[in-house]
Design a protein around this ligand. Structure first.
Ligand SMILES: Cc1cc2nc3c(=O)[nH]c(=O)nc-3n(C[C@H](O)[C@H](O)[C@H](O)COP(=O)(O)OP(=O)(O)OC[C@H]3O[C@@H](n4cnc5c(N)ncnc54)[C@H](O)[C@@H]3O)c2cc1C
Length: 137
């Protein structure tokens, strides 16, 4: 980008904030419109797989997040009955997918993303509405 272009990102979730940081790093003046009254995320924890962490590498955040916590030991998925659907270990997963699985609080990830944007670039309680100008323009 040769000059500061404007970008509007609708939604201040993980996806929107990541896009906003990427645009900001490319020199755009970004505004994030989030309809919720705050950026406080729904849900508690999130596990970030190596491909997600490589996505965060693209905006310079991957290593900061990797440093927070990594899954250790064994884990997997169970059916409601308790029967194991799949089981694996952190070391096996790391070898297979090329990196650790990082478990962290969603709010921590949101905070790290928002901190990489200039102050006042996120507007909460700001719902965007699509407008169709119609054929007459
Ligand atoms: C129970 C559960 C567990 C999960 N666990 C994991 C996990 O462990 N690891 C993982 O990688 N993924 C996980 N996911 C998936 C992950 O949470 C989502 O892929 C991710 O949060 C999507 O982010 P997003 O920003 O695209 O969307 P969202 O988080 O849905 O954010 C969209 C935002 O846009 C706002 N918005 C919508 N419309 C408007 C509008 N018109 N104007 C303004 N704002 C608007 C909404 O308020 C919202 O804040 C899980 C999902 C669920 C449901």
């Amino acid at each position: 980008m040769g000059r500061a272009e404007r970008a509007i990102v609708i939604g201040g979730g993980i996806g929107g904030l990541t896009a906003a940081v990427a645009l900001h790093r490319r020199g755009a003046r970004v505004t994030v419109l989030e309809r919720a009254p705050s950026l406080e995320p729904v849900g508690a924890a999130i596990s970030l797989a190596p491909n997600a962490l490589r996505g965060l590498d693209a905006i310079g955040l991957g290593d900061d997040i990797r440093a927070l916590s990594a899954w250790q030991g064994d884990g997997g998925l169970r059916a409601p009955s308790g029967r194991w659907l799949s089981r694996t270990g952190a070391a096996a997963a790391e070898e297979r997918f090329g990196g650790p699985l990082v478990l962290l609080h969603r709010a921590t990830l949101i905070d790290h993303l928002a901190a990489r944007l200039p102050p006042d670039s996120v507007r909460t309680a700001a719902a965007a509405h699509l407008v169709d100008p119609g054929e007459a323009g």
